[in-house]
Design a protein around this ligand. Structure first.
Ligand code: PMV
Length: 351
């Protein structure tokens, strides 16, 4: 092929799981199906610059690349990206003919305790697919996005849910046609209007690096005494959400979403070894949210990912009142008073 060098750029958002992925099999195959809201404002923008290595050079089995993150060359980011390249190479053998420069930046502060692996890995996977498309122009859109999600999954499981909006399912589920363990798909059923512009205000309780990586956490589900029941619960919660999304029953939605968040952390607290990622301020915020819901009847709820930060979810019509509540009562629990306003989004974009 005649392509000698070039550059592609994608932005991809983060996502927040409502039904959590926690536990995996070989090759990043999830132990249970999960479902997430794609976000809008928390995103990574990645440019992939590529140059063909000399025809005479022996093609190495390892991809050569540099990483530039927010203007600075980052050696510390290389191992994760090297692992990603290694895992995707069997599916993208053309990569061997190039050397790369990965230039990346996040819309959210690096040390915010917001994981950038979902947005980062999906943006990079999309860049790889754009290179693939320039080498094989006949690739169709459906294949392009499915394979992008498939590749992103190999970088970080939850990243496969960041390619598309606005609700994404990853993992086989008997009531969701075409759902797959290999990649995320857009939620195929009708969703009530109230969910279409749902808000996510992220309260940054702890901006430090988490003490236990999600890789370690997933692995602790092997041999976990409650694993089988937990995996079944995720299937059941997804089934229960189908009519809830359709009819907009927010009270029922809240019960499932909060239970999922607490179950995720209950799994961490009951693994061997056990660990604890919530902080006192996480719990203070949860109690405040419950109080607020009780006294105002606003259908606001929380979810958590693998950290101390709290994602507060609510309908857009309650935005003003909830942001007042944040300013008056919740910022005191946030590190340096920091929080991020986000909402449900449409997925990745080529720039
Ligand atoms: O994609 P990973 O391996 O970082 O795992 C993410 C796990 C959770 O964020 C806790 C849950 C989820 O489904 O996103």
């Amino acid at each position: 092929n005649a392509i000698e060098s070039g550059s592609v750029c994608w932005e991809a958002p983060s996502n927040i799981a409502l039904v959590k992925y926690w536990g995996k099999k070989e090759n990043q195959i999830p132990a249970n199906p999960s479902l997430s809201f794609t976000l809008k404002n928390c995103k990574t923008t990645t440019t992939l610059n590529y140059v063909k290595v000399s025809e005479n050079a022996t093609l190495s089995e390892e991809i050569e690349f540099d990483v530039i993150f927010e203007g600075v060359k980052k050696e510390s980011f290389k191992p994760k990206i090297a692992t990603f390249f290694k895992r995707i190479l069997p599916f993208c053998s053309y990569l061997k003919a190039f050397r790369f420069e990965v230039v990346s930046e996040n819309s959210f502060p690096h040390s915010s305790g917001i994981a950038s692996s979902a947005s980062g890995m999906s943006a990079l996977a999309l860049c790889v697919m754009s290179l693939e498309k320039s080498l094989f122009p006949k690739i169709e859109d459906d294949f392009f996005y499915k394979k992008a999600s498939f590749l992103a999954r190999l970088g970080s499981g939850s990243a496969c849910r960041s390619i598309k909006g606005d609700l994404v399912v990853w993992g086989e589920h008997k009531e969701i046609p075409l759902s797959s363990d290999a990649y995320g798909i857009q939620y195929p059923f009708k969703i009530a209007d109230v969910f279409k512009d749902f808000q996510d205000t992220i309260l940054l309780v702890d901006k430090g690096k988490k003490q236990v990586s999600s890789t370690v956490g997933h692995n602790l589900m092997h041999g976990h005494p409650f694993a089988a029941a937990r995996f079944q619960q995720a299937h059941d919660h997804l089934s229960a959400l189908i009519p809830i999304f359709k009819n907009g029953d927010l009270a029922a939605f809240i019960k499932i979403v909060e239970r999922e968040a607490l179950t995720l952390h209950a799994m961490m607290m009951s693994s061997d070894p056990y660990f604890l990622l919530v902080k006192p301020n996480t719990l203070a915020i949860i109690h405040k949210i419950w109080e607020k819901r009780e006294e105002s009847n606003i259908p606001v709820c929380f979810t958590l990912d693998a950290g101390a930060n709290v994602h507060m979810l609510y309908p857009s019509k309650n935005k003003e009142e909830i942001l007042e509540f944040v300013k008056n009562e919740l910022v005191v629990y946030c590190e340096n008073g920091h929080y991020i306003c986000d909402e449900i989004g449409e997925g990745s974009k080529k720039l």
